[in-house]
Design a binder for this molecule. Structure first.
Ligand SMILES: CC(C)(COP(=O)(O)OP(=O)(O)OC[C@H]1O[C@@H](n2cnc3c(N)ncnc32)[C@H](O)[C@@H]1OP(=O)(O)O)[C@@H](O)C(=O)NCCC(=O)NCCS
Length: 204
């Protein structure tokens, strides 16, 4: 049974560190696993809840304030064909009762990039953050990429965000920054940092 209740807080309030204090917490029992298209379809509501929670707390993940559960379901529904046909893979954190985290791996389709993939929608439910789930998800998705022969990974995230801290702490390399790249849910323009990580194919 998953642990419930308040999680530890993480210091000074920053736009990217506003966190819920209730809801499911991550536990060592929270499993990280792939979700196929059929199960993703069956669990669109939970996937949507994770995305809506992230936007509501100010994460810069393509959407603006007021992002609704229906819009969240629509976003994930649009991913289903790509998951079904193998263009992308979806991994989730599952506490046994509900999904608490997501990350997507999208394989580059260009003929000259069979070794490349992108990571997106790295999201941990706010009540389950700072308990190692993001790091575990990232490790899983990197292993899956390596196993698929994708040895160069790329992503972008808001400069100075929790994601930025996570990727740096997991060995990703900053490529550069784009000032004013995207609007935050609240309407402020923010800088984006691009990262890459070269994986060792011999570890596959
Ligand atoms: C980014 C995110 C996925 C991190 O998930 P998480 O489960 O809290 O991350 P972890 O607990 O595994 O943290 C691993 C490391 O990342 C860094 N980190 C993560 N969140 C951090 C924060 N708020 N402040 C500073 N460092 C942070 C730390 O180095 C941490 O290690 P530590 O806890 O030992 O100090 C989560 O904060 C989230 O969903 N944010 C909103 C969505 C988002 O911005 N996603 C990135 C878009 S690309």
């Amino acid at each position: 049974m998953a642990k419930r209740g308040k999680k530890r807080t993480s210091g000074a309030a920053q736009p990217w560190s506003r966190e819920a204090t209730t809801g499911p917490a991550a536990t060592p029992q929270t499993s990280i696993r792939a979700l196929d298209a059929a199960e993703a379809q069956a669990r669109l509501g939970e996937l949507s809840d994770i995305l809506v929670d992230a936007v509501a707390l100010g994460a810069s993940v393509n959407f603006m304030a007021g992002f609704s559960t229906d819009e969240g379901r629509a976003f994930w529904r649009n991913q289903l064909p790509g998951i079904a046909n193998g263009e992308k893979r979806l991994f989730v954190g599952d506490d046994g009762e509900r999904l608490v985290a997501t990350v997507m791996l999208t394989f580059a389709h260009q003929p000259n990039a069979p070794h490349r993939a992108e990571i997106s929608k790295m999201l941990v439910l706010s009540s389950a953050r700072r308990q190692g789930l993001g790091r575990r998800l990232l490790t899983t998705v990197e292993q899956a990429a390596r196993a698929a022969g994708r040895t160069l990974l790329m992503l972008d995230t808001e400069t100075g965000s929790a994601g930025d801290m996570l990727y740096r702490s997991c060995g990703w390399t900053e490529i550069g920054r784009v000032p004013g790249h995207a609007f935050k849910p609240g309407g402020r323009l923010a800088e984006t940092t691009l990262f890459y990580k070269k994986l060792d194919s011999s570890e596959a």
